[in-house]
Design a protein around this ligand. Structure first.
Ligand SMILES: [Cu+2]
Length: 152
């Protein structure tokens, strides 16, 4: 009886394999449908990742000039959490005009206007590494209006 069962099982297994192979054709149709569904979901996820990059997540930095009028920034060290778009919200509430210029390896990559009693947003596409920022109003950088921006 066991032999008979084994003999029966083999053809059944073969049938199952054949059915499985035959099933591949029809299941490839359905998996194609599934595949397009799966493709749509990552597209939505990457859309969310793009929103994160544009949004927040440690790449929006605050930089303020000394509000009392000293030739100084309140921050001399800024850190962005990742490469990509870096946004600097630069504020100068003092009566002395200041700007902020961002350089990498001596090359200017971004610059604000010279502003007084207002704020301005400066953004640029950053790579990992160290950037320098400073005020380009004559004498201000020499007086100490400079700092380092690190992009992780
Ligand atoms: Cu200045």
């Amino acid at each position: 009886m066991k032999k008979t069962a084994a003999l029966l099982a083999l053809p059944l297994a073969t049938l199952a394999l054949i059915a499985g192979c035959g099933g591949d054709d029809s299941s490839s149709d359905s998996s194609g449908t599934n595949g397009s569904n799966e493709a749509a979901q990552p597209a939505q996820q990457s859309g969310g990742a793009t929103a994160d990059q544009a949004g927040s997540g440690g790449n929006v930095l605050e930089l303020q000039a000394d509000p009392s009028g000293a030739l100084a920034y309140e921050e001399t060290s800024l850190t962005a959490e990742k490469p990509g778009k870096v946004q600097i919200d630069f504020t100068n509430d003092s009566p002395i005009g200041h700007d902020v210029v961002i350089e990498k390896d001596g090359q200017e990559v971004a610059r604000s206007s010279v502003i007084t009693g207002s704020s301005e947003v400066v953004s640029f596409d950053a790579k990992a590494g160290d950037y320098t920022f400073y005020c380009s109003v004559p004498g201000h950088r020499e007086a100490g209006m400079e700092g380092t921006l690190t992009v992780k």
